[in-house]
Design a protein around this ligand. Structure first.
Ligand SMILES: CC(C)(COP(=O)(O)OP(=O)(O)OC[C@H]1O[C@@H](n2cnc3c(N)ncnc32)[C@H](O)[C@@H]1OP(=O)(O)O)[C@@H](O)C(=O)NCCC(=O)NCCS
Length: 158
């Protein structure tokens, strides 16, 4: 039991998200109601998109969180990001977002943006802490339940 607890708290590492992680991604998304649910096929498809960036944090062989984004020209979008419920608020999301922002910046992107449910206070606070600001609102953007999206962006100087 003690060993189990220790393993649960093991430091996670970050790596590229792979097709064989798709099932674990759907398990994380099932308990992340604020995010948009993607079935395994969509996760696998996204990995092959031009400009895709897909990252995972993992500890003790278990996926703890993932991020999927995409670069198009000098802009990039965070398309989906979630951390398993029991590991939230321990910095996993921050590790993923910082790595994605750094990678997009290294690719020459000048702006990273995303949509987030208006009611997702944790998500909005999370992105705000990472330097994203609200720049717009899209009425009826989400389904099940229908809700507006806030558009948030982070711009790179120069
Ligand atoms: C948003 C999410 C990815 C954040 O991941 P996380 O690993 O829990 O985040 P971190 O531990 O790195 O949190 C960093 C900061 O984000 C903010 N934050 C995170 N969760 C929060 C919460 N529940 N309430 C308020 N602020 C929160 C805080 O500023 C926090 O810093 P602090 O702990 O020093 O106060 C995670 O909550 C999640 O998976 N949510 C469901 C899916 C989702 O909303 N995805 C984003 C929209 S697609």
């Amino acid at each position: 039991m003690a060993a189990e607890t220790k393993r649960e708290r093991a430091r996670s590492s970050i790596r590229t998200l792979r097709a064989e992680d798709a099932h674990a991604v759907t398990e994380i998304l099932r308990e992340a109601r604020e995010a948009v649910f993607w079935p395994e096929s969509s996760v696998k498809e996204a990995l092959g998109w031009q400009g895709a960036l897909a990252l995972a944090t993992e500890a003790s062989g278990r996926l703890r969180g993932f991020l999927i984004g995409r670069q198009a020209g000098d802009e990039a979008e965070i398309l989906n990001l979630a951390v398993e419920m029991k590991t939230r608020r321990r910095g996993e999301g921050g590790v993923l977002l910082k790595a994605a922002v750094n990678e997009f910046r290294a690719r020459g992107v000048s702006r990273v943006f995303l949509e987030v449910r208006e009611s997702n206070e944790a998500g909005v606070a999370f992105y705000g802490k990472h330097g994203f600001s609200k720049v717009g609102r899209r009425e009826g953007y989400y389904q099940d339940p229908e809700e507006a999206a806030l558009v948030m962006e982070k711009k790179f100087a120069g």
